[in-house]
Unconditional design. Structure first.
Lengths: 321, 261, 262
């Protein structure tokens, strides 16, 4: 089965004026099948945002793609021209951003912002586009959609604004939706609702989704498969059921354990000691070994290669049993 | 390299001007009337003016004056404006009202006109130039710093200092001031360009460096009278002014971009 | 490694009330952020306050530390009403009630080295430079931060490190009350656990009385002995941790619990 998006060996280097160049992504392999919801889980500095940016062709000016390919329906996303991107962004690949407020134009009414996309990509007529906009707002559970379509972004609550960005993203029925930490800016109660809505909206259209988050528990809620990133590489990947019950990589296991229980427990939740290395201070060999309780001498000497296991794989010399 | 073009050019022009005495091929004041209006050539790289004086040397020495006046004026304006802005923004109340009132009064006058008035009252001299130009631009710094201070006063790290019982004076100068330096520097560079134009305008009108001392503005003024004899004598100081102001603006732009990054 | 056992707070919390709020009200123009909020903090306990955005939790935190003035009500610290005091009268109390900010980026001066930031507290207390230095190194050790970061600027620190510095600064005045306003909200999930564990340890080691404010019910229950629920400026429920979790009364509390069980 041909995956919808196949990223192979993606390498991106960043340049900081005071620190020089370093690899932010060090050979990322990721495949997303049609209609599949994949989670990309990683903490700040892991490279997950850079991966998302590369898929959308939004790699910043001071970063450079130094290797790899991103095959999307026969085209390499890493080498597209701006006009080719015009056809893909918003139409085939859409983004649900982290902060809705920054993503919406404060001077345009909600309805217009959705119609914009419809008119540009699907070439819909004004009235038809407006009708579709209201329909879309309705589909993301916004009440009195025709009224809300005439509102401005600042009149909506955070949760409603995020629903609007979801509506915009799904307006043209994209093949792939990129959700970049879509619930970070929201309250606990709203988070659950938005994530739920996102899943339903994506599945009902048969679109695929890449959910980028730092919260492993959130990924579990809606993803089919999850890939865990650390220091610019994917260190483990697999179907949700397996990953959460039998993690192979010590980092995954550590993340799963660093989960606050809801309830009164007498025990301290275990933490992963230390912190993630920045690309400019990567330790030799396996990037995780200084914080790993299973590390051996060999972990310092070689970067672990990818070991495929049935439905996924990991990058570890001493995986957990 | 490209990103620093403005700064390099500005630095280059400044250095060349500072070292005018060493670099100028000839004495800018030496008259040589028989050799007047020579076109740019071997003996005089930029030709000679209406009194036979070497234009290149006059340009270098003149640059010295213009840049010195503009630079000093901006520095004075920045220092006074920043100090007043800090106090006004931090204290609030009547001090703030007073400072803003003063700033508004000065801003109400068209800049050059005000400088003209002040110099006319004080009599033409370099000191008068510096003072009057700095007065025009002080309100800009005052308002900039006052607004920044108002904003920073509510920042979490400043509130943290209040909770620690840090003295107000230390909060103002130790916490807030360091955050104001960068915007002020960027504004100062832009102001420098404006101050230079102000200086050349005043010199053009005869209120700046008095003859025979050279300055770009006065060189331009005298060249105007003899355009038929030598176009280059007008073009040369004009280009110098243009390039320097462009360099200043470009530097300010680059500073802005760096801050955003 | 084994599993760590800890004694459940508020095991040694006395019944002496160290900080008390009475009928605090605060309005911002037409919006009422706090409505008649009353609560008490007992010596040695960790009191958790959970609320969503718009609940008034941040306003309450700032009112309690007099960073914002309440419109009406009393704030009793060890019996003295500090709500009406002028700045000059407030000075002796300032250092006893400290605050941990939510966003470490905003809470640290970007143009200042960490060393200076930490030194400010000692400077304000009239402590000599030498004594301050040793105090700072003890703090850093206590918080698990390497001393090398003293000469760096906040931009070169990770989120977790920055938040530790914010906590270090708050502790440098040896406060009796610590109010933490969403201290882990802007941190990654695994670093959140680090910081929460750190706060637990500090509470235990220093005998601090703490108010821990968060939108995350799990974080609040992890740390607190008693929990209060804030909604739209009102304290809708307050009780021991176990009773809140197992027997919530208010419908909003029930809703919160439901949404935290993922």
């Amino acid at each position: 089965m041909n995956p919808l998006l196949q990223i192979r060996g993606l390498e991106i280097r960043f340049r900081r004026p005071d620190c020089g160049r370093a690899a932010v992504l060090r050979g990322v392999d990721l495949a997303i099948g049609r209609g599949e919801i994949v989670g990309l889980v990683g903490e700040s500095g892991s490279g997950k945002s850079q991966t998302a940016a590369a898929i959308l062709g939004l790699t910043p000016a001071n970063a450079q793609v130094t290797g790899g390919s991103a095959d999307f329906e026969g085209r390499d996303l890493l080498h597209l021209s701006p006009s080719e991107w015009q056809q893909i962004r918003g139409r085939r690949i859409a983004l649900v951003p982290q902060e809705a407020f920054g993503a919406l134009n404060p001077c345009l009414r909600i309805g217009s912002q959705i119609s914009e996309s419809l008119q540009a990509h699907l070439k819909l007529e004004g009235r038809e586009a407006r009708r579709r906009s209201v329909e879309l707002l309705d589909s993301v559970a916004i009440e009195r959609a025709d009224e809300v379509a005439g509102w401005f972004p600042h009149q909506l609550s955070g949760g409603m604004r995020q629903r609007v960005t979801i509506a915009i993203a799904l307006a043209c029925n994209p093949d792939l939706v990129l959700a970049d930490e879509p619930t970070t800016a929201l309250d606990a109660i709203t988070r659950v609702q938005i994530l739920d809505l996102l899943e339903r909206a994506v599945r009902s259209r048969g679109s695929a989704m890449l959910l980028i988050t730092h919260d492993l528990t959130q990924a579990r809620q809606i993803c089919d498969r999850v890939a865990v990133m650390y220091a610019g590489q994917i260190v483990e990947e697999g179907p949700v059921a397996k990953l959460y019950s039998q993690p192979s990589h010590p980092y995954t296991r550590g993340l799963l354990r660093a989960n606050l229980p809801l309830g009164v427990s007498a025990e301290l939740v275990s933490e992963i000691p230390g912190r993630s290395p920045s690309p400019w201070e990567l330790p030799p060999g396996c990037a995780f070994h200084p914080r790993c309780d299973r590390a051996g001498v060999d972990c310092r000497e070689q970067v672990p290669a990818w070991a495929a296991t049935g439905s996924g794989g990991h990058r570890c010399l001493h995986p957990c049993e | 390299m490209k990103a620093r073009m403005g700064l390099l050019l500005l630095a280059g022009i400044s250095i060349v001007s500072i070292f005018a005495p060493a670099l100028a091929p000839q004495d800018p004041l030496t008259l040589n009337v028989p050799a007047r209006f020579q076109p740019p050539g071997a003996g005089h790289w930029l030709g000679t003016d209406e009194f036979g004086r070497d234009v290149l040397s006059r340009l270098l020495y003149g640059g010295r004056v213009s840049l010195l006046v503009a630079g000093s004026a901006v520095m004075v304006a920045a220092i006074v404006g920043t100090a007043c802005g800090l106090v006004a923004g931090f204290s609030g109340g009547w001090l703030d009202h007073l400072a803003l009132l003063a700033a508004d009064v000065i801003l109400a006058f068209p800049g050059i006109l005000l400088a003209l008035l002040l110099v006319a009252l004080a009599g033409p001299s370099l000191a008068a130039l510096v003072v009057s130009i700095s007065i025009i631009y002080t309100p800009i710094f005052l308002r900039l710093v006052r607004n920044l201070t108002l904003h920073l006063r509510e920042a979490d790290f400043v509130l943290a200092c209040r909770l620690l019982g840090v003295r107000r004076r230390i909060v103002l100068f130790g916490e807030i001031f360091p955050n104001v330096i960068a915007p002020v520097a960027a504004q100062a560079v832009t102001c420098f360009g404006w101050a230079l134009i102000a200086e050349t305008a005043l010199s053009f009108l005869g209120l700046g460096a008095q003859p025979p001392a050279p300055s770009w503005g006065s060189m331009l003024a005298s060249a105007r009278d003899y355009l038929d004899f030598s176009a280059s004598n007008a073009i040369v100081p004009a280009c110098a002014i243009f390039l320097t102001v462009w360099a200043a603006n470009r530097t300010a732009q680059d500073l802005q971009k760096e801050r955003v990054e | 490694m084994g599993r760590n056992r800890f004694w459940r707070a508020p095991l040694f919390a006395s019944m002496r009330v160290i900080l008390e709020a009475k009928a605090l009200t605060k309005r911002f123009g037409g919006l009422t952020a706090l409505r008649d909020v009353s609560l008490d903090l007992r010596e040695g306990e960790i009191l958790g306050l959970v609320g969503e955005s718009g609940s008034g939790k941040s306003t309450l935190a700032r009112v309690l530390t007099r960073l914002i003035e309440a419109d009406s009500g009393q704030i009793l610290f060890e019996g003295t009403d500090i709500a009406g005091l002028r700045e000059s009268q407030l000075r002796p109390f300032r250092r006893k009630i400290q605050f941990i900010f939510q966003d470490p980026d905003a809470a640290l001066n970007p143009r200042q080295k960490i060393r200076t930031t930490l030194w400010r507290a000692y400077q304000a207390g009239g402590v000599s430079r030498a004594k301050a230095e040793s105090g700072i190194s003890r703090l850093l050790e206590n918080l698990g931060v390497e001393s090398g970061i003293l000469d760096r600027y906040p931009a070169h620190l990770s989120g977790g490190q920055k938040q530790r510095i914010v906590i270090a600064r708050a502790l440098s005045t040896q406060p009796s009350v610590l109010i933490a306003d969403e201290p882990t909200a802007s941190l990654d999930a695994s670093i959140q656990v680090q910081v929460l564990n750190l706060l637990r340890r500090l509470h235990r080691d220093h005998g601090l009385s703490m108010i821990f404010i968060s939108h995350d019910l799990r974080a609040v229950t992890y740390l607190s002995g008693r929990i209060g629920v804030l909604r739209w400026g009102r304290l809708v429920e307050m009780g021991e941790r176990t009773s809140i979790l197992e027997n919530p009364q208010h419908p909003y509390t029930k809703e919160l619990l439901k949404n935290s069980r993922i």
